[in-house]
Design a protein around this ligand. Structure first.
Ligand code: C5P
Length: 227
């Protein structure tokens, strides 16, 4: 069985405003519902665990009744950091039945079905897979306001989500790492545990809504979303 942990317990301080970004609406539907629907409609996904901030859970349970989300089996409270939120989700996964766990940012509603399926399939084959996009800008290393070097971008990738792992691989990576709180993605912990991760090519459209202008961009991209 394949389980997905969708983390949406962030406070969205970079976005600003009163309503956390995952509850803002795109075409009349909250961002987090769009994200959940992408996974709901994917055959490779058997169950979804949603991680929300404890103060949002009750409210969201009312909202969710309006949508047909059969695969959403649990909503659990998040932690102080993204890594803690993922760990809370991981603890809610059924260890007996789950072979592959995928982790996805709730703030990435533009993920495509193909990205989800290819990442889960690669994790099943190799144990660990990371959706990632090529870097199109030239990347400079700086010191203060001076350029000190140019990094060969052909070796660089932007890590997206989902990132998927065989359950035991992710479990072990969390168990072995005391500094998990500093991790901004799961691959960081799995890399540290010494496990090799395979890159799956992702689309630059799979943006994370972080700043207000990203919401406008997401609205535009939604009108042309492919499966
Ligand atoms: O902060 P960042 O943009 O990297 O967050 C990525 C995802 O992790 C977001 O969907 C956010 O809601 C989630 N998150 C979380 N718990 C936290 C911090 C972030 O679930 N404590």
């Amino acid at each position: 069985m394949n389980s997905v942990i969708i983390v949406a317990a962030g406070s969205g301080t970079r976005f600003g405003g009163g309503v956390p970004k995952q509850f803002l609406e795109i075409h009349g539907k909250p961002v987090i519902v769009h994200t959940l629907e992408r996974f709901e409609n994917c055959r490779a996904v058997d169950e979804i665990i949603l991680v929300l901030s404890s103060r949002e859970i009750e409210n969201f349970q009312k909202t969710i009744g309006r949508y047909d989300l059969k695969k959403l089996v649990k909503i659990v409270a998040g932690g102080q950091t993204r890594a803690e939120s993922v760990l809370n989700g991981l603890n809610a996964v059924n260890a007996e039945t789950t072979e592959v766990v995928a982790v996805h940012d709730g703030a990435r509603p533009l993920v495509s079905r193909s990205e989800i399926e290819r990442t889960i399939e690669k994790a099943r084959e190799t144990g660990a897979a990371c959706l990632a996009a090529k870097v199109t800008d030239t990347i400079k290393e700086v010191s203060g306001d001076k350029i000190v070097g140019t990094i060969d971008r052909s070796h660089l990738r932007r890590a997206l989500t989902p990132q998927a792992f065989r359950f035991d691989v992710l479990r072990k990576a969390y168990a072995q790492n005391d500094a998990a709180g500093a991790a901004t993605d799961e691959c960081f912990l799995v890399e540290k545990s010494g496990y090799e991760i395979t890159v799956v090519e992702g689309n630059a459209r799979n943006i994370k809504i972080t700043h207000p202008e990203d919401l406008k961009m997401a609205e535009f991209l939604f009108s042309e979303l492919e499966d």
